[in-house]
Design a protein around this ligand. Sequence first.
Ligand code: NAD
Ligand code: DAU
Length: 347
Amino acid sequence: MRNILITGGAGFIGSHVVRLFVNTFPSDKIYNLDALTYAGNLENLKDIEDAANYEFVHADIQDLEKLTAIFSDKKITHVVHLAAESHVDRSITDPLAFVKTNVLGTANLLQVAKEAWKNDFSNTLFYHVSTDEVYGSLGNTGFFYEGTAYDPRSPYSASKASSDHFVRAYYHTYNLPVVISNCSNNYGPNHFPEKLIPLMINNIIHNKPLPVYGEGLNVRDWLFVLDHARAIERIFSKGTIGQTYNIGGHNEWTNIDLVHVLCDTMDEKLGRTKGDSRKLISYVKDRAGHDLRYAIDATKLQNELGWEPSLQFEEGLSKTIDWYLSNTDWLENVTSGDYRKYYEQMY
Ligand code: NAD
Ligand code: DAU
């Protein structure tokens, strides 16, 4: 039996990964370690909270002592590490919070795993979930490959790049069995409405301005969150130790085209006149250091492990909008209190 520690499991992607692992590996124990920051929400996991092979552990990855006790008490054998500060805009206003959680927190976990497992690395794995933003910004053509040189340009991506380097350092120096994946932009249910897609959906629902940075011509490569979770499960089960796998949707959109699709789809679903929501679009000051384009080449993952995205974007987007429209309580919960302050400061 494996004792699998998933960090950040109360967040957006983490909650989908926890659910998938709980259902896919009934004879393993899944521990969800999360500090429950503004982005962590146990409501995301209501449907599996009573599963026999699931347990929540409230902890901060900055707390080395607590991590050491958890590894020893729970006899952790595997780690899937997602806990992070994840929003680029927040990293611009508070970069040190990103250093503390993403760099120091990851180094803490690596150190605790190495110490706990050092006498026998067999049947152990440290899986680090990272981002395509570590590769920097593309021009109008080309893709990010696993061998693309790192060139992070925001405090968020610099902190993730640094954590990736620490993971590789523990592999090379101590033989810690590691695997890393770098994924493009996710979307789907439970996405916190500070990020582009859920923020636009929430604002369209409430007829609020839709803040598009700059000219809206930056390009992102969007992947449905469950497809990312499936890729993580595949790499966790079949990936080669020491390797990196890129995960992406081959699905590039300029922000403004994407916002147009969201407006038109929501007009239809909400019974509004076509064109109404587009009138809410408001071009605002650009993000500092805004990366122009991300695009992942996921051929290695496809060829070696047989993974590919299962959903077309239009279908995924429609499902996502439907989820938000039927989970307005969830949206209201996460946008009360601190979110209001954040929103006023940001926009
Ligand atoms: P999120 O912000 O929705 O969730 C992060 C989770 O981590 C939250 O539950 C939060 O409470 C927890 N957390 C934060 N700081 C913590 C700490 N110090 N100790 C313990 N828990 C802490 O993030 P997400 O979008 O789900 O991203 C998850 C991971 O995937 C991150 O590592 C991110 O870099 C990576 N990633 C995200 C995307 C994306 O499009 N969202 C794409 C590629 C990679
Ligand atoms: O590429 C993977 C990364 O994708 C992840 O590592 C990050 O955790 C995740 O947050 C995401 O980063 P982005 O910065 O690409 O996502 P965000 O949703 O913040 O922004 C997407 C694009 O939309 C980006 O070009 C900025 C723009 N934008 C964003 C917001 C919030 C706007 O125009 N207006 C907005 O209000």
